[in-house]
Design a protein around this ligand. Structure first.
Ligand code: AMP
Length: 634
């Protein structure tokens, strides 16, 4: 362990020296003057005065050596389309997109909201934004119109880029009506909406504000748009994530720090070298997609594989066939996908030649031991769990095989990553926990390069949300519980807040509660996350009705439940859909009126709710038990 320990120690004790060395991995148009500005904690500014550009580092920089190497391989099992783009071709497409965006008035510092499915144009759009110095804000294609509207109002984009439709599991999802509704709801009205027409939507919907991309692309076919050289700390993107309030937070990322952190992670954690091929099965709407479908592999000169489709269509062997066909070296996905694949015919994995694959990376949610053992045995290759969050942008815990290949520990994503001063703290006292003692996972100041720099438009919220949970100490809270053993391995024990993790997607239970409350039948609601063998967790809702008598009959209740679920679909999107909505006449609360979500979750998982604070009315817990018993298991 000595090599790892020494490496980590240096990154914490001498961060300036450590990161000055790492900064050599990227191109600086103007060198930075100061490695780290700590003058305004908890804010940290990395590589101050340095000017660079993410698109230049991801694409232009490689043209001299690898213009003819594939940069992007696109496979859609939804449409049957497969495309390859060399670095030279990717460069050309990004320039066309950048010229089109510029012709629509987009300039440095403007926000561009990206509401796109997994298509190559999403990569062009994001990198074109980077080229122009515009700030992209990608909204996951599965989000419904009200969620999209909230993000439009917060980011105030100068342009929205969308498509006619997305597709999942063979089902086409029309985007135009969703964008229409979002624009009708939003206060902010962006001047243009650029549409990529995939010719997928069954109806050719049109709206006066839509500008089609293809004719403009033709017009700017030979365009060359110079990179804007941005100061390292200018924002590169905003990515919204769920928290404890219904209002999503815009996580802001910088430029230079992000590029350096990703480039270093490709060596020390992912061991990806220029010329390798990496397949990250995630979505551009999530942070894993930003960092490891797009920026990191391209910055490091790899070929990245972008996949539209599910892991089981046309059958559960599709991903393994992709590994064979494209000689994939590195693969990255979430444990949920493996749990899905584990239920398929195990022989499918053996049918493909997986000799090119070196390592499988997993992140986004806890990796359970049975899934970890199954995949490690089936593949016979290292499986590297890594723990991080939207806010950090790259892993906080992992076995850093590029530093030292420490033995993995089942159930743990590994040890603290260099740059992160990660400690477990007692929730009340803020003291460092002893080995084996449960605590909140915190990070010391400063956060390393690449982590969030603030909440979009709200510095105060950055401080009050993340840096205020441990009194008198400058500590960032991850809002995760963990336990660390004497060798430094950390096991994640779940969230400290009301955020749940469904199939690797983070959802705020408050958001789902707000959606349900908007239904006229609902007086009160509690949403909790409960364990699910496939998705990790699912949401369960408990509602108190305004007029319970109206829904006394089983049939009326079943109809109302379906109706409430549709309400969540419409407000937030199907990913937030509760597995069940149980009806009760009261909810368990403390005397001070705080909802006892943890007690409800414990009952729903068949656990003892443990010591409870003084409950307003003990009958409420019995109601939850009865509702669960009557409704069966979710
Ligand atoms: P997101 O910001 O959507 O990526 O969600 C981040 C959250 O997912 C973390 O705060 C953890 O609760 C959870 N998470 C991410 N990676 C892991 C992992 N490897 N093991 C356990 N939990 C994880």
């Amino acid at each position: 362990m000595t090599r790892y320990r020494e490496f980590h120690r240096r990154s914490i004790e001498a961060p300036e020296d450590f990161w000055r060395d790492e900064a050599r991995r990227i191109h600086w148009e103007t060198p930075f003057e100061t490695v780290l500005d700590r003058s305004n904690p908890p804010f940290a500014r990395w590589f101050v005065g340095g000017r660079t550009n993410l698109c230049h580092n991801a694409v232009d920089r490689h043209l001299a050596e690898r213009a003819q190497q594939n940069a992007l391989v696109y496979v859609s099992t939804e449409t049957g389309i497969e495309r390859r783009y060399t670095y030279a071709e990717l460069y050309a497409e990004i320039n066309r997109m950048a010229a089109v965006m510029r012709s629509l008035g987009v300039k440095r510092g403007d926000r561009v909201l990206v509401y796109l499915p997994m298509i190559p144009e999403a990569v062009f759009t994001m990198l074109a934004c980077a080229r122009l110095g515009a700030i992209h804000s990608v909204v996951f294609g599965g989000f419904a119109a009200p969620s999209l509207a909230a993000r439009i109002d917060d980011a105030k984009p100068a342009l929205i880029v969308t498509a006619d439709a997305g597709a999942r599991g063979g089902k086409v999802i029309d985007y135009t009506p969703l964008v229409d509704e979002a624009l009708a709801r939003a206060q902010h009205k962006p001047p243009h909406v650029l549409r990529i027409d995939r010719q997928l939507a069954p109806e050719r919907l049109n709206a006066s504000y839509l500008v089609d991309y293809e004719p403009l692309r033709e017009q700017f076919f030979d365009a060359h748009v110079p990179c804007e050289w941005l100061e390292s700390n200018e924002p590169s993107y905003v990515l919204y994530t769920s928290g404890t309030t219904g209002r999503p937070k815009g996580v802001v990322r910088d430029v230079g720090g992000y590029a350096v952190a990703l480039a270093a992670s490709m060596e020390y954690i992912f061991e990806g070298r220029a010329g390798d091929t990496m397949f990250t099965a995630s979505d551009i709407g999530w942070v894993v997609g930003h960092s490891y479908i797009i920026y990191a592999p391209l910055i490091a000169g790899l070929t990245t594989v972008m996949y539209e489709g599910t892991p089981i269509r046309p059958d559960g062997g599709i991903w393994w066939r992709l590994v064979e066909q494209h000689r994939i070296n590195l693969m990255f996905t979430a444990p949920t996908a493996l749990r899905v694949l584990k239920k398929q015919d195990p022989a499918l994995l053996k049918k493909s030649n997986l000799s090119s694959l070196r390592t499988l990376f997993l992140a986004g949610e806890p990796l359970d031991e049975p899934t970890a053992s199954w995949i490690a045995d089936a593949l016979g290759k290292p499986v590297v769990d890594n723990y991080w969050q939207t806010e950090t942008g790259w892993p906080m815990l992992a076995i850093q095989r590029g530093v030292e290949a420490l033995p993995p520990k089942l159930g743990s994503p590994g040890v603290p990553v260099y740059g992160y001063n990660l400690t477990l703290r007692n929730e009340q006292t803020g003291e460092v926990c002893a080995p084996g003692e449960k605590g909140v996972i915190t990070l010391g100041y400063p956060l390393p390069p690449g982590c969030m720099s603030t909440v979009w438009g709200d510095d105060r919220r950055f401080v009050s949300t993340y840096w205020s949970s441990v009194p008198d100490q400058q500590l960032y809270s991850t809002f995760d519980w963990g336990i660390q053993d004497a060798n430094g391995y950390v096991t994640i024990l779940g969230r400290t807040d009301d955020v749940i993790n469904v199939a690797g997607h983070r959802l705020g239970t408050r958001e789902i509660e707000e959606a349900l409350s908007s239904h006229t039948a609902v007086a009160e609601v509690a949403v909790v996350g409960v364990a699910d063998p496939l998705k990790g967790q699912v949401a369960l809702a408990f509602v108190v009705l305004r007029d319970a008598d109206r829904y006394a009959a089983d049939e009326a209740r079943a109809k109302l439940e379906a109706d409430l679920i549709t309400t969540v679909d419409r407000q937030l999107g199907a990913i937030a859909r509760p597995a069940r909505v149980h009806m009760v006449s009261m909810l368990p609360k403390t005397r001070s009126g705080k909802l006892l979500r943890r007690a409800i979750a414990a009952l729903a998982e068949g656990r003892d709710p443990g010591d409870l604070p003084t409950i307003e009315d003990a009958g409420a817990l019995q109601q939850v038990r009865d509702a669960l018993a009557a409704g069966g298991k979710a």
